[in-house]
Design a protein around this ligand. Sequence first.
Ligand code: 0L1
Ligand code: MG
Length: 262
Amino acid sequence: MTLDDLTIETLAERLESCQLQVRDTHRITDDFPGMDWEDAYAVQAAILARKLARGRRLAGLKAGLTSMAKMKQMGVTSPVFGWMTDDYTVPHGGEVRTAELIHPRVEPEIAFVLKKPLRGPGCHIAAVLEATDFVLPGIEVIDSRYKDFKFDLKSVVADNTSAARFVVGGQPARVDAVDLRTVGVVLEKNGEPVAFGAGAAVLGHPATAIAELANHLGRRGQEIPAGTLILSGGITEAVPVRAGDHVCLHVQGMGSTSLRFV
Ligand code: 0L1
Ligand code: MG
């Protein structure tokens, strides 16, 4: 690590204030170009600690930058990870108040719910599938706190990988009832298909993202507890949304989930 505790806390306060006050900011690496990955994850953890101290609860974990195309674009070879608190949860078919967000985009994802804990290092697809209770469709709403959605990787990790809202719903499926590589997804905005893909767009198999999360936490002496909901990462590019938009995700064999921006 290169940053001291006070700096980590100051950066967490800055990024969380932008989120709560719905305003953007410049990249934190502009001020701290030498910061490292541990600094970035420490800022992210400090934002979570601030929310938990105010009574928020952890609602789930997420992998981001998981699609091959997005990783190539960003010049990375492994995903990034973040979290969602209870106030990020949108009920199936529910509403998102656009005035609470800066410049939201939506991503089609497959959500995993674990029945057993997962601990890395050495976690792999088979361990994830064995530990998964069910999978179901999920739409993540991302909302970078950085101006014009422009960032570098350490800045975006510190900003909790742009996490903002999410909805899950549809028909939960057991992992032996669906081929998560070939499962097709269609994302509709206002009734029009706007993005399509298959599960394999996420690291070849969405369970790989969960294994990489377990390995990431394992290197820090942590595990993914049983019962955790995890968004495994966007299957397509993120789609910008605005007030009035209705977004619906269909996942083959798992039904649909949706939300509305008001
Ligand atoms: O969930 C995601 O893939 C977002 C990761 C952060 C990068 C972005 O905001 O697009
Ligand atoms: Mg995502």
